[in-house]
Design a protein around this ligand. Sequence first.
Ligand SMILES: NC(=O)c1ccc[n+]([C@@H]2O[C@H](COP(=O)([O-])OP(=O)(O)OC[C@H]3O[C@@H](n4cnc5c(N)ncnc54)[C@H](O)[C@@H]3O)[C@@H](O)[C@H]2O)c1
Length: 415
Amino acid sequence: MSFIKDPSAAASGLRKIDWVKSNMPILRSLETEFLKTKPFSGLKMTVSVHLEAKTAYLVTVLASGGAQVFATGSNPLSTQDDVAAGLATYQNVEVFGFHGASASEYESHIEAALLSCPDIIIDDGGDLISLLHTKRRDLMKNVRGGCEETTTGILRLQAMEKEGALSFPMIAVNNAMCKYLFDNRYGTGQSVWDGINRTTNLIVAGKTVVVAGYGWCGKGVAMRGKGFGAKVVITEIDPVKALEAYMDGFTVMPMSEAAKIGDFFITVTGCRDVITKEHFPLMKDGAILCNAGHFDVEVSRSDLEDICVSKRERRNNIIGYTLKDGNTLNLIGEGRLVNLAAGDGHPAEIMDMSFALQALSAKYLAEHSNTLKNKVLDVPEEIDRFVANAKLKSLSVAFDSLTEVQMKYLDSWGQ
Ligand SMILES: NC(=O)c1ccc[n+]([C@@H]2O[C@H](COP(=O)([O-])OP(=O)(O)OC[C@H]3O[C@@H](n4cnc5c(N)ncnc54)[C@H](O)[C@@H]3O)[C@@H](O)[C@H]2O)c1
């Protein structure tokens, strides 16, 4: 039995699912194939990914493949209640979660989605894996393996693997080229600005935007900030990435300096305590703060709560914290992923690629799990190439292939 907030909101959720479906051609073709071949026949799957329309469509595609799917969110603020309600109307799908769940409610939703003792899991950020390997080990008895969606989840899995703690194989979907090159860079680049713009309704042109972290996501956020006409400043801890940002034309400096000049601050590091009480008093009145990294630990909300003299809601999804010097700093979406807590997440065409990788990696697990080690595994290269080819085909983009002579030339080492 699903556990959702408002079943009567299903019509709105179904409209959203229908919209993304019409913009996700690779998943549509997989749905058609899965309906015929039923690769997940008799399997139970638990999916914990941001519970919005694109994820909902992925869940229905897995169900078309014969799975019984138990879906839950991967962040309490990204769950959309109408989508959860719409998804719960599908056959062989149960949904657990609602927007704004407390930490303990959020955990109980993940637990509920695991109670069936799934065969395959799909995780986003590692909360599901972590619960299975700690408090609810009893629920992992059937798990053949799983897939992880994001950078932070993979860091957690690698730490588990290093300690010999990982009890089944996990495919690192994030590390597929068709994931991080597009989802992390172009998806985050666009959706983070969508979240900021729709929430603040402020001009970006001419402003100073500070992006913390110049990884795949940070590059996208910086590139799009530049496109809006902002002066973009990068903070980094990796000398190579700092140099890359510099050569890409951005200004690089420590956060203690950037704090003094930024109008917008966007953290996207996967680290913690990137902006703290050391930095807040240096900031300009009206500065906008947000985070796009997986967890809400990059902009320290607890430090803001500690040092503010008052706080008030300024707009939907923005809390203004006034400090003792009278300056007010504005935090979007409680410092949770701004593109999901204050937006609809990545564009559907981008998630088409990420979720095609998820669906095909899950199929790979269903077929090969008995030969896989309890490690963090790469997405097989043929899946990555299949997704790239399918995307190009859906875009009607043709490209060249090697002639036999060229292949031979590239394979040879003599004259
Ligand atoms: N918002 C979204 O929709 C979305 C999408 C994909 C990934 N993510 C999350 O975003 C985060 C970053 O992902 P990524 O793929 O860009 O990772 P990445 O590893 O490619 O990049 C992270 C960068 O942050 C830098 N960094 C680490 N600690 C730092 C610090 N204290 N100060 C400044 N820089 C620091 C690293 O050197 C690295 O260059 C992760 O938490 C990931 O899960 C979010």
